[in-house]
Design a protein around this ligand. Structure first.
Ligand code: 3DU
Length: 211
């Protein structure tokens, strides 16, 4: 079974709550990041907790260990159950987040390889594989890997084994849901759900990945 994670990148509290209300029965988690938090304020996380779904903070945290720890502590105190970090800041930075995550009883995911074309300039290939290995060594819960490149997901799977892979890139970025679903643990979908005329119906179309 692959989880369906809604990337709720709308800009207002009202839109966020409306789309969450319509789609939550078809979801396993909601991911929010800078677009919504900068638009609606961090308090939107508490409001979204009414839908009883895990909330993933996609802040792609990438700072020195002390700042990473402060950010992660704040994230977990604000109602989130998981955090996404970048790995390129190094293992000490990542360990600070893992420690804060463990203290809060949450989950931590590391971006190994991104899904957009520009990712191939820096964050792919051997670098992505090193980051995936670091995610294992530092005790994270898993990685973020591109639904747009199933062959890369397979390569990264051989490194992270039974830890989780969450994959963005289905739909608007061109990734194919049926192809990627068997390779991953969570499919992250944003625009093709929240921009559609009927977000609930669109979310329901992904029901096959959850079986
Ligand atoms: O392309 P979509 O609208 O389905 O949204 C994808 C979400 O996943 C969005 O929040 C984006 O910031 C995030 N994401 C990627 O798209 C690619 C990555 O490598 C990492 C995160």
């Amino acid at each position: 079974m692959t989880e369906l994670i809604l990337a709720l990148d709308v800009l207002t509290r009202e839109e966020a709550l409306e789309i969450a209300e319509e789609t939550y029965p078809y979801l396993d988690a909601i991911k929010l990041g800078y677009p919504l938090v900068l638009g609606a304020g961090l308090s939107v996380a508490r409001e979204l907790s009414q839908f009883d779904l895990p909330l993933i903070a996609d802040f792609k945290v990438a700072d020195i260990p002390n700042t990473n720890r402060l950010i992660a502590e704040h994230v977990f105190e604000s109602g989130f159950s998981a955090i996404i970090a970048h790995g390129f800041a190094g293992s000490d930075s990542l360990k600070a987040i893992v420690e804060a995550t463990e203290n809060a009883g949450g989950e931590c995911y590391v971006v190994a390889e991104m899904s957009h074309p520009g990712a191939l300039e820096f964050l792919s290939g051997e670098t992505a594989e090193k980051i995936a290995q670091m995610a294992v060594d530092c005790g994270t819960d898993g990685i973020i890997a591109p639904a747009t490149r199933p062959e890369r997901v397979k390569a990264l799977r051989s490194i992270i084994k039974d830890k989780k892979i969450l994959s963005p890139g289905v739909g608007a970025q061109g990734g194919d849901a049926r192809e990627i679903a068997p390779l991953i643990d969570g499919m992250i979908v944003g625009r093709s759900i929240y921009n559609s005329e009927n977000p609930a119906k669109e979310a329901e179309k992904f029901a096959f990945v959850r079986r």
